[in-house]
Design a protein around this ligand. Structure first.
Ligand SMILES: [Zn+2]
Length: 304
């Protein structure tokens, strides 16, 4: 039994996909306050997901864990002192649509926050259309559980043939408190239940964030703003919109693995920094379990 099931697992593949046509979206960056234009371009199979700084001679930054440079409040990828920030909502939509190969041209340092959710990016990809590339990509299925625990925060992966994301949060705030959500990964499920969930921020943190060069583009138009009592710019799109957004973020951070993954992932009060450590640990496990594939995925750009 063990041998047969292992064989089946090790040969799990899905079609590589790109988009059908170029599409673009513009907007302000949540942290930088800088307006940028993002253009998605189709690419051939095997190129992976790559940010391209259109304003800097087309410098290419692969959307891979090895490229992450900052993880405070958002996920940033970079190369040679050049960065692209707040990549996680766009990457979450790209993951949800099963896109494995696409160039993301951007003429500045941060992906537009748009409305704070992944819905505008889902609509963008829908407008572009998705096409299969006639090539397959191996799905990562880790055989042994992985867990990171830091005080009252944790994140764990247990083997499964599907991708399931479970998240729990517990904020000391009257509007949030304890929330939990269980998401079975599937495109329409993501579109309805996760993609519309917006990022959120607390008024009490704004001064500190702005002093640190963060949240400069943040406004009631692009995030749920909370004061000490409740939501300043209601109504919420879901009563548990906060935890749904954490799942959105987690899926975007999982894109940095560089290939689709299956497993049951349970996160408790985690965030970008912990997601990133988790992805690094998944990649180490993958390198140990299947060296050739894992190494290739993290150096996809070396031949481009
Ligand atoms: Zn987010």
């Amino acid at each position: 039994m063990a041998l047969a099931s292992l064989k089946a697992e090790s040969s799990m593949h899905v079609q590589r996909k790109t988009i059908k046509s170029n599409v673009s979206i513009t907007g302000i960056g949540l942290h930088s306050g800088i307006y940028t234009k993002v253009e998605l371009h189709p690419v051939p199979a095997g190129r992976g997901i790559t940010f391209v700084r259109a304003d800097l001679h087309g410098l290419r930054i692969p959307a891979l864990q090895a490229s992450t440079t900052a993880l405070d409040y958002a996920t940033t990828v970079g190369k040679d002192d050049v960065a692209v920030g707040t990549v996680e909502h766009l990457l979450s939509a790209i993951m949800a649509c099963g896109i494995t190969d696409v160039d993301i041209l951007i003429d500045g340092p941060e992906v537009p926050i748009v409305d704070g959710s992944a819905l505008p990016f889902m609509h963008l990809i829908d407008a572009a259309g998705v096409r299969e590339l006639g090539a397959e990509i191996p799905v990562l299925r880790i055989k042994d559980p992985i867990e990171i625990v830091e005080g009252d925060k944790s994140i764990r992966l247990t083997p499964s043939n599907r991708l399931v994301l479970k998240y729990k949060i517990d904020f000391d705030h009257p509007q949030i408190g304890k929330e939990s959500f269980h998401f079975d990964f599937e495109h329409d499920n993501f579109l309805r239940k996760i993609a519309p969930a917006r990022t959120f921020g607390f008024m009490r943190d704004v001064e500190k964030l702005r002093a640190a060069g963060l949240a400069r583009g943040g406004s009631v138009e692009n995030c749920i703003v909370l004061d000490d009592k409740g939501v300043v710019n209601g109504p919420l799109r879901f009563k548990d919109e906060f935890v749904r957004h954490k799942i959105l973020d987690l899926l975007g951070d999982l894109a940095l693995i560089g290939r689709p993954i299956v497993g049951e992932i349970t996160a408790n009060r985690a965030g970008h920094a912990m997601h990133s450590k988790f992805v690094a640990q998944i990649l180490r496990a993958a390198a140990a379990e299947e060296p050739a594939k894992a190494v290739r995925s993290q150096t996809a750009e070396s031949f481009a």
